[in-house]
Design a protein around this ligand. Structure first.
Ligand SMILES: [Zn+2]
Length: 265
């Protein structure tokens, strides 16, 4: 499921391929991804326009057009972008196609169709409407402490709560907690100040490194949890079998030896 590092990678990809070209056609293959707009209206608004620049907030990508309107993309569970030339090279689960001049195309591919595509006038307004917290890479330690301190929940559920901090999902929350050596079910209030600071540093480190690796699991260090998570996986630190549990509605993978579960003093 695309999280902050994946969406940042899509952003770089879109910036490198799809800006400043005239959009000559839009093909909506799956209208159920459209939010608050019909395919016809979306086509009317974007045809003849160009994408000028893009901006990311949490797991959302916003692409500004020269018509002062923003295309917004959310990648759901399986969304991704692909740029190519020629009609018959579209990826298998293409849900929307932007056709540029000279037959270049940008596809929004999404097998499971949980993605979202829409048009908005104002990014800040959209963020407010969705009650999205600040982007995970825009938060400093003081802010991080303040955001976390106000809540009572398992630390993993807090990290994944988009209204507190936007961008972290199931995979990277596990990775951050593994690096910080914190058990995912730990109550946030049980973490001492030093542990919160460690969690903050782990958050920045993991997200930045994952962006450098282009969110590709094969390029991530073997010392990370990601290459090992899943049934039968072993902790890259101590070699013991990894455990899983449902926390915050999602499956957490962790090492119960390396990740201590703090209890309230
Ligand atoms: Zn371990």
């Amino acid at each position: 499921m695309p999280e902050l590092p994946d969406v940042e990678t899509f952003k770089s990809y879109l910036d490198a391929t799809s800006l400043h070209q005239r959009i000559v056609d839009i093909d909506v293959l799956s209208a159920d991804l459209l939010k608050g707009i019909s395919g016809r209206e979306l086509g009317r608004q974007l045809k003849g326009r160009r994408f000028e620049c893009s901006s990311r907030h949490g797991k959302h990508l916003f692409v500004r057009t020269d018509g002062n309107i923003w295309l917004r993309l959310h990648f759901g569970m399986t969304g991704s972008l692909r740029y190519f030339k020629g009609e018959n090279k579209a990826p298998r689960h293409t849900r929307m196609l932007f056709v540029f001049v000279k037959d270049y195309r940008l596809a929004f591919d999404d097998q499971r169709k949980f993605g979202e595509i829409g048009l908005i006038q104002d990014v800040d307004e959209f963020r407010k409407k969705r009650a999205l917290g600040p982007d995970a890479l825009d938060v400093d330690l003081t802010k991080f402490k303040k955001l976390l301190g106000k809540h009572r929940d398992a630390v993993k559920a807090i990290l994944m709560n988009q209204r507190l901090i936007a961008g972290i999902g199931n995979i990277y929350a596990d990775e951050i907690l593994f690096r910080a050596r914190v058990h995912p079910a730990t109550q946030i209030s049980a973490l001492k100040e030093k542990a919160v600071a460690k969690l903050f540093r782990a958050t920045r480190y993991i997200l930045k490194k994952a962006i450098e690796a282009k969110a590709d699991a094969d390029r991530m260090p073997r010392s990370w949890l990601l290459p090992h998570r899943g049934k039968g996986g072993k902790c890259p630190r101590c070699g013991r079998k990894l455990k899983s549990a449902t926390i915050g509605g999602r499956t957490a993978w962790f090492c119960s030896h390396c990740q201590a579960r703090c209890t309230l003093a």
